[in-house]
Design a protein around this ligand. Structure first.
Ligand code: SF4
Length: 453
């Protein structure tokens, strides 16, 4: 802590800047105004007990969780339902400064030190809705750790880099990454409603350099048009769903008008941090652009709220396949029980757990990274113990731009005679007649590594 504190003393204090959008280009600007509030016992009590709060089993799903209701009563008594459920209001009233966040949570020494000397690459921003899910008193609360900066993010280790995936070297035009032959990543903007402290693109997001401006995006469309092998475009950022319906519609229409673009995907964390954004108008617009898919970003079962449930239901009802990409994070979701609750919560929200990412070695992320064995243990703890649909593919995004590489627990033990020797989820051995005798089958057991050689 002493070393960490001294590390940051050299940083220059500066105001964190965000994207100055044109008025017609959402999202709305943030307000620094916030009323002062006083703690109450009911908020403390509720926030000590985070839980998976989707009611099911035939009961009517309420529109909001009890935790959020109590939080609103305490901190936003004057705010109407209409305002609270308006995504513009949520974005405008994001919590962005140390003074603001102190009204909601008791800062730990590590958080305090980070906020007092806040010069991080990534700004802080938390929607009031997401703040309602965060513990006021427990600095180890998973959602809190994922969005409230700590001094640890100022400590970089030698293996880390600002752009570990080498995206800058695979970017033929600004904001377009062409890594795989048949698909591209289009960074539509660098704005998010809530900033994740482990963001792979913290070198870009929140800096105000990538606008959803027509001139820049048209260059990206030109590149895609000129490369007929591109059949799949992932629109990401930043968070594309923080743009206005009109701007997003314009982007999707341009992509749809390129004959060889077969599918479009949108990457977003909005259903978890700003579910109010999923409006009937947005959904009506999105469904005009099928085949359209969405990669959602959920991290912890506490994000599976009635609000998120409703947002995902609206998207799923519009025929949009939903998959979740989850980053494996130390102390947040790095155990089988938490991950099982998350994947079960996601399936109940009609979201297929898609990828479990090993945390990228971005600068200042060592406190979030886990050993690979943790990820393998989690997959081992899910496979066979729950529905196959609930099990994500565990991947490492190879540093330097190698792409996603699946990492799997080894269930193949080796070969003996004509049999492949397999170990099941309970640890029992089974044989499968995989070979014919004319294959020159070994008469003794050969472990898989040798058998492959
Ligand atoms: S929502 Fe995505 S892009 Fe935005 S800060 Fe989080 S991880 Fe980064």
């Amino acid at each position: 802590m002493t070393e960490a504190t001294s590390l940051i003393q050299g940083f220059r204090r500066q105001e964190q800047q965000e994207i100055p959008f044109d008025k017609e280009e959402e999202p709305p600007s943030s307000s620094l105004h916030l009323e002062t509030h006083i703690w109450s016992n009911d908020v403390r009590a509720t926030q000590r007990h985070p839980a998976l709060i989707i009611p099911f089993n035939g009961k009517r799903t309420p529109r909001t969780s009890l935790k959020t209701k109590i939080f609103r009563r305490q901190f936003y008594p004057e705010v109407s339902d209409k305002q609270w459920n308006d995504w513009h209001w949520q974005v405008t009233n994001r919590i962005r400064t140390a003074d603001q966040i102190r009204k909601f949570i008791m800062l730990s020494a590590e958080e305090q030190a980070a906020l007092d000397s806040f010069t991080a690459k990534l700004p802080m921003a938390i929607t009031p809705y997401y703040m309602s899910l965060i513990s006021a008193y427990d600095a180890d609360n998973p959602l809190r750790r994922s969005v409230v900066p700590t001094i640890n993010e100022f400590i970089s280790t030698p293996e880390e880099a600002d752009d570990p995936l080498g995206e800058e070297h695979q970017s033929p035009v600004p904001g377009l990454v062409h890594r795989y032959p048949d698909r591209v990543l289009l960074l539509a903007l660098d704005f998010c409603s809530t900033y994740c402290r482990y963001c792979t693109r913290s070198r870009v997001v929140g800096h105000g350099a990538l606008h959803p401006a027509r001139s820049r995006l048209e260059k990206a469309f030109d590149y895609i048009r000129a490369n007929p092998q591109i059949r799949d475009v992932l629109v990401s950022g930043g968070d594309p769903l923080t743009m206005s319906d009109e701007r997003l519609n314009w982007i999707l229409t341009n992509l749809r008008n390129i004959p060889h673009v077969e599918i479009v995907r949108v990457g977003t964390k909005v259903p978890a941090v700003l579910p109010q954004r999923i409006t009937p108008q947005l959904v009506r617009m999105l469904r005009r652009h099928h085949p359209l898919m969405m990669s959602l970003h959920f991290t912890h079962p506490d994000e599976c709220t009635p609000e998120s449930y409703r947002a995902c239901a609206m998207l799923a009802d519009a025929g949009i396949p939903l998959g979740s990409q989850t980053v494996l994070l130390a102390g947040i979701n790095d155990n089988v029980e938490t991950m099982r609750d998350l994947v079960h919560g996601l399936l109940k929200m009609r979201v297929r757990p898609y990828y479990l990412y090993q945390c990228d070695p971005i600068s200042g992320s060592s406190h979030f990274r886990t050993p690979i064995e943790k990820g393998l243990d989690i997959i081992r703890g899910l496979r066979g113990f729950t529905s196959g649909y609930a099990i994500p593919t565990y991947v490492i995004d190879a540093p330097g731009g190698g792409g996603k590489i699946p990492v799997m627990p080894d269930y193949v033990e080796g070969r003996e005679g004509c049999d492949l020797v397999l170990r099941n989820y309970e640890g029992n051995l089974f044989r499968y007649p995989a070979y014919r005798s004319e294959d020159g089958a070994p008469s003794v057991f050969v472990p898989m590594t040798h058998a492959e050689a």
